[in-house]
Design a protein around this ligand. Structure first.
Ligand SMILES: Cc1cc2nc3c(=O)[nH]c(=O)nc-3n(C[C@H](O)[C@H](O)[C@H](O)COP(=O)(O)OP(=O)(O)OC[C@H]3O[C@@H](n4cnc5c(N)ncnc54)[C@H](O)[C@@H]3O)c2cc1C
Length: 382
């Protein structure tokens, strides 16, 4: 993508922030699983909570291409931070894309400042990939709905105060997706966090189980004001979500490569830097090619998104390839670093723990390949 002056100013300020406020603290905070409260305040100042929301609502109105670059840069330093504003923006995009004028006016300016912030509540203990199998129910009661159910793995579930929530308003609908609706829910009586979920990586940021027990939400918070559109609205937000996860994958793959290129020139065995051994060169060559290919796939999907072209297959390809590149590069980086790659004093072990999440989030990679194949066939009828 070609950068204009404004884009460059934004990227420069992110780079400065990462060097000054993130890099010196990320390692310790990740190992302690400490929530990055100060960094969240700095991300608010940088405008990241309104990054892709239109300027008329107070956002930065960034293109998907520029947003993906930012996500990659931050992921090179500490991937967890991107989940804090990305899940939030997925919620915001549902309101901006599908909400009523009153909903946009009420929520979007508060999302931009981070006064209201949170994420997306889709997954349940018994349903992740198969979202039509969710059980959380919303029953109309005058000018409110009463919600009962449990959501799990919800990013920002503890620190956030507001979520887009996928529920069933008509459990007998056939197909089930026609009976699904999306609400904006703010924390209040009947909406509790039952537990924090411990995980392999993606530390610092909170993942939680949320319980709704006769929680009352105003009918005015039903996104778009019409029941039965929730599944469509959720799927409609996934393209940008997949581009974002792919951009995170590029960040991890790229950092693993950079660390490996540096280390391979410093570490000597048998009288020469390991970079001069062919076995290491083969690894570096593959890692660099994977990183570049992943970056180009992300750029191509983001460009299609920005131009308003259909990009479900392209976003799926970028997400699939870049997340696998992150997994492969982090493991290769560990091998190149030898014992130090396994040490908690180096970033490699963190990249290795963070990478697999990219293969799971925003649709697993098993599903991505199926989606790509279906699209391929649909676009190329015999
Ligand atoms: C750290 C973290 C953060 C998360 N954040 C959020 C969040 O903010 N909000 C949210 O709603 N969810 C979130 N999730 C949940 C995530 O989206 C789900 O874990 C994911 O969608 C997979 O669902 P599942 O875990 O139920 O796996 P399942 O759906 O049970 O899948 C299990 C396995 O079966 C495979 N599989 C399933 N169906 C098929 C099929 N038809 N064909 C082939 N293979 C198939 C899957 O690919 C997978 O390998 C998060 C998860 C994690 C780990």
């Amino acid at each position: 993508m070609t950068l204009n002056t404004d884009d460059q100013i934004i990227l420069d300020s992110i780079a400065k922030w990462l060097a000054r406020d993130v890099a010196p603290h990320a390692m310790r905070m990740e190992h302690d699983d400490t929530y990055p409260t100060d960094m969240v305040a700095q991300m608010k100042d940088l405008g990241l909570f309104g990054a892709v929301i239109a300027p008329e609502w107070g956002g930065l109105g960034l293109s998907a291409s520029l947003y993906a670059r930012i996500v990659t840069m931050i992921s090179e330093e500490w991937m967890s931070l991107t989940g804090i504003f990305n899940s939030h923006l997925m919620m915001a995009m549902c309101v901006e894309k599908y909400g009523t004028e009153a909903q946009k006016k009420h929520f979007l300016p508060r999302f931009c400042t981070g006064e209201l912030r949170g994420g997306v509540g889709l997954t349940e203990p018994d349903a992740g990939t198969d979202l039509q199998g969710i059980r959380t129910r919303a029953v109309k009661d005058g000018d409110h709905y009463i919600i009962n159910g449990t959501k799990t793995w919800i990013t920002n579930g503890i620190e956030g105060n507001c979520f887009s929530l996928l529920v069933k308003t008509d459990p007998s609908a056939d197909p089930p997706r026609r009976g699904m609706s999306l609400f904006i829910v703010e924390k209040g009586p009947g909406f509790t966090v039952s537990r924090k979920l411990e995980k392999l990586g993606y530390k610092g940021i909170d993942s939680a189980e949320l319980v709704f027990d006769n929680y009352r939400v105003p009918a005015a918070n039903l996104i778009g004001g019409v029941e039965g559109k929730g599944f469509h609205q959720t799927v409609g937000g996934l393209e940008l979500g997949r581009i974002n996860v792919a951009a995170r994958g590029v960040g991890i793959a790229s950092r693993a490569l950079k660390e490996s290129v540096r280390y391979a020139q410093q570490r000597k065995t048998f009288g020469k830097p390991i970079a001069q051994h062919q076995a290491i060169q083969l690894k570096l060559g593959e890692m660099a090619t994977r990183t570049e290919a992943a970056r180009l796939l992300v750029e191509s999907a983001a460009r299609a998104y920005d131009e308003g072209r259909r990009c479900d297959m392209e976003a799926g390809m970028a997400k699939y390839f870049a997340s696998e590149a992150a997994v492969e590069n982090s493991l290769e980086a560990m091998r190149i670093h030898g014992g130090y790659g396994y040490s908690k004093e180096f970033i490699i072990e963190r990249l290795y723990r963070d990478a697999p999440l990219m293969t799971i989030g925003e649709g697993t990679n098993e599903m991505q390949r199926i989606i790509i194949a279906r699209q391929l066939i649909e676009r190329n009828p015999a």
